[in-house]
Each structure stands twice: as C-alpha cells, then as structure tokens.
Design a protein around this ligand. Structure first.
Ligand code: DGI
Ligand code: FE
Ligand code: FE
Length: 467
C-alpha cells in the first residue's frame, strides 16, 4: 500500500508556529504518513517581499522541523531553476512515487486565488486538496481583531459565542455592551460581528467555505477537504515587521528559527551607506599601508559574511570603518576617550593605541552616520574581542587578522583556512597567537583579551566533548 504524503508549499518567509500547527493538524486529521515542506524558489504569484534568500528560508524550515516526527523539508523547488509551479512539483512527485497518495495543503486565503494558478485542474487530479482554515470561533475572533476592536473586547465577544454554544461556563457580564465596543471601531465591523453572532456564527463561516468548495469541485472535479487548524492568527508578514521594529518574536516561531533570524540579522531595515565617499575620506586620513589594510579587511569581511550567511552590507561597512580612528595619536585617542566619557580600562591606559577601537566606533557613528548597533559593536570590539561575540563581531575580528595584506603573524595559512569553516576556532587561534606575541614582547594585556580567550577556549572545548 502506498503512503499518504502531505505536501505543504509556501515561501515560509519565515516559517512560524502557525505553519507547524497546520502540519500537526494535517498529520493527525488525515493520518498522513509523512509531510514534506517545500519552500518555493521563485514564487510565481508574487515577488517574495523582504526575501532573505531561498537558502535562508529553506534552512529555517529545516531548523523548525528538526526532530519533528514524519516531517521532512524538501529542497526540490528551491533548487529548481525557473518558477515554482505547484502542478509541476506534483507531476514530478507523482511520477517518482506513483503508488503514494498526495495531499496538498492549502491555506484558506489562497483558496480564492486557486483558479488563477497554472493548471489548477491538474493539481486537483494529482492531489487531494486540504484547505487549512481557522476554526469558526477563531474566525470570529480574527474578524473582531481586524475591526480594531481591542484584544480584550474581542476576547469577550469570543467568550460570548462560546457561552452561547455552551462551550464555556456562562459568565455574566463578560461581553461588552454594544456601545462599549463601538468606540473606536468601525460600524460595519460591529454590524458584521453582530450578524455573525445572531446567525449563531458557528455554522456560518463553515457554510461560506463549503460554498467555495462546492464551486471549486464543480469547476475542477477535485477532492477538497477541510483541515481544521484552530488558531491561525500568525502571519509571516507580521513577523517580519516585528523583527524590523526590533520586537521579540520568540512566541511566534520556534526558538531555533528566532535564533537564526537574530544571528543572521534577517528582516532588518538596513541603512545604505555611500561606500565610495567613505573610502575617499579614509584614503585622505589613513596612511597608504593602513588604507590598503582597511580595504583588505572590508573584502575579507564580505567573503566571511557570504560564507556564514550574514548580510554582506553590514560586514562591508564594519570592515571599512574598523580602523577609522587609527590615524589619531595615542594622546589624541586618550583625550577623545576622556572628553567623551568612554570607559578606559587599565590595559587601555597603559596601551592607549587599543582605544582606536572604541574611538573608531564613536567616529563611525558621529562622522560617518552609522547607527546600526551591530556594526558599531563590531568596530568597538575588533581589537580585544569580547567573551560573547555575535557573528558580525567575529567576522570583523577574524577578517582584521587574516586579510591578504597581513604577512607577519605565525599560523596565518592555518587560520585563513579555519576561518571559512569554524569561526569560533579561528577566534581562539588568533587570540592564542596574539597573547603569546604580546607576552613575549612584555606588553600589557588587556583584561578583555584574556577573558575572550578563556571564553572561546571553553566554547571549543565544550564542543569537542559534545561532538
Ligand atoms: O588595528 P590593527 O593593527 O589592524 O589590528 P588590531 O586592532 O587588532 O590591533 C592589533 C594590535 O593590538 C596588535 O599589535 C596587538 C595589539 N593588541 C591586541 N590585544 C592587545 C593588544 N595590545 C595590548 N597591549 N594588549 C592587548 O590586550
Ligand atoms: Fe584595529
Ligand atoms: Fe585593522
């Protein structure tokens, strides 16, 4: 007997808990043997907004379902050139697995546009269509929220429906009076809500959906089934906007996905920088040797960013500006640091040239207009590092050491190799060599340098035992 395979397409930009809920419901309600997630490559319907790249979307899907039973992520559409047409995917799957039954999971909101897909009739022949929809109660709730009724009022209305349906204990006075909810919300919304309430609601949303399905069945002779998903009030668009506003998304996506989005700085509204103008300014300030080094760090940082899926533009500006204060003398650095109230460590007091990192971050912000905290932080930490560095911090720290113009340090070729597959190890090796060099020359070692080395040695050590 063939398997029952659920296929869930989508941009998954990003995948979120609503998708995972849909997967769980589909698996349970239709007894599917497996569910395959198929993130799109090029979506035929719309350009993908805020698209961080198809492999980022694919990777987030993999992180989201890692360890989830019977759910696999397919890179089929991501890797295929040309547009991702569902019917082509289903044809191919059918050809390859002729004995299996395919179930295509479709969001209710895509249903109205289904007729505009390429060869919908073919899709219906090849798969049973599962239409994921909210439970009626949730639909009402969503309408209430979309009509700008406050969350509390929407909750109260939903409770009233539950009470009328005998689903919840009746609590007197739990629903707001009509005048109360009219305030600040549209009249038509209230009317619609009331109509929903009067019609007993539970059946009505479902009826509408049944109507649509009847029409579709008439047109395409497919098998359409309802997949009840309960709450589905998450949207990828909203999640991207939350990230852009700097809001917490850990309630909306699995922890590993939230972490990926944060580490790779996805969905941020990034500033654009005038790179040639900044280059010209630095060329006039820095010595030719220092300027050549600066460009080397910028390009190396870009390469590392590409390697580790980090936004390249951020690495580029951080690399370009990391030594922007290097033209200042020790006295000037100290003076600026004191005047501006920067914290001066005892290591920096004894070796004021270290201050070019902190002062550099200050100049990057004030002279070159950088506001991005990740870029400023990477510049600030580039000389001594820090026990807990982010991806960009490590990229700049490592690029500074391995850029092609460097030729004095020992183990450079080893570290250059390691940098492109294990950034933490590269950080550790660099600090070991730097501290050994400083100790040999009797220089004062800043406490941050030591702490960073201890911390990264730990990271490497722990990993060694784990793997
Ligand atoms: O500015 P760059 O020369 O491109 O590179 P950098 O900002 O990493 O600075 C490197 C210099 O800083 C190098 O000579 C080693 C030195 N350094 C790094 N950590 C410490 C340090 N010097 C002292 N005295 N103490 C430190 O902890
Ligand atoms: Fe530096
Ligand atoms: Fe440097």
């Amino acid at each position: 007997m063939g398997r029952k395979i659920g296929i869930m397409g989508g941009t998954f930009n990003p995948i979120h808990n609503g998708h995972l809920n849909m997967i769980r419901q589909a698996r349970g309600q239709f007894d599917l043997d497996e569910i395959w997630l198929m993130p799109t490559g090029n979506s035929p319907h719309k350009g993908i907004v805020d698209n961080p790249g198809r492999y980022d979307r694919l990777h987030m899907c993999q992180l989201a379902v890692d360890g989830v039973d019977k759910v696999l992520v397919s890179n089929w559409e991501v890797r295929r050139s040309g547009k991702s047409y569902t019917y082509i995917t289903l044809e191919e799957l059918h050809k390859q697995f002729p004995d299996d039954s395919l179930y295509y999971i479709l969001g209710e909101d895509s249903l109205d546009l289904f007729f505009s897909w390429v060869h919908p009739e073919r899709i219906c022949e090849l798969a049973t269509i599962l239409i994921a929809c909210r439970s009626p109660k949730e639909t009402l709730h969503a309408i209430a929220v979309s009509q700008q009724i406050s969350q509390d009022q929407a909750d109260a209305l939903t409770r009233r429906v539950e009470e009328e349906q005998g689903e919840a204990p009746v609590r007197k006075g739990s629903a707001p009076a009509e005048e109360e909810i009219s305030h600040g919300s549209s009249l038509s919304g209230i009317k619609r809500l009331n109509a929903e309430l009067k019609r007993g609601n539970q059946g009505s949303c479902r009826e509408e959906l049944q109507d649509k399905i009847k029409k579709l069945t008439g047109s395409y002779q497919g098998s359409f089934r309802i997949l009840d998903c309960g709450r589905m009030d998450l949207s990828s668009t909203e999640i991207r906007q939350m990230v852009a506003r700097g809001e917490e998304i850990s309630d909306c996506v699995p922890a590993k996905v939230a972490d990926y989005i944060r580490r790779h700085a996805l969905y941020r509204r990034d500033a654009r920088y005038d790179i040639p103008a900044i280059e010209a300014s630095l060329r006039s300030l820095l010595s030719p040797h220092r300027y050549a080094h600066t460009l080397g760090v910028m390009h190396t940082a870009c390469s590392l960013a590409m390697t580790y899926s980090y936004p390249m533009a951020k690495a580029q500006i951080a690399g370009l500006l990391h030594d922007c204060a290097k033209y200042l003398s020790n006295d000037q650095l100290t003076e600026i640091a004191k005047k501006r109230g920067l914290l001066i460590s005892s290591g920096e007091e004894k070796a004021p040239q270290l201050l070019h990192a902190k002062v550099g971050a200050l100049l990057a912000e004030e002279i070159y207009g950088v506001q991005d905290p990740a870029v400023l932080r990477a510049i600030r930490l580039h000389t001594t590092g820090s026990p807990a560095m982010g991806l960009l911090d490590k990229i700049i720290f490592v690029a500074d050491y391995i850029e092609p113009g460097r030729d004095r340090a020992p183990h450079l070729s080893d570290i250059r190799q390691v940098a492109f597959y294990d950034l933490d190890l590269a950080v550790t090796l660099i600090l070991e060599d730097t501290i050994a060099f400083l100790e040999a020359s009797g220089a004062e070692i800043d406490v941050s340098s030591r702490q960073t080395l201890d911390s990264y040695r730990d990271i490497i050590q722990t990993r060694r035992f784990q793997s």
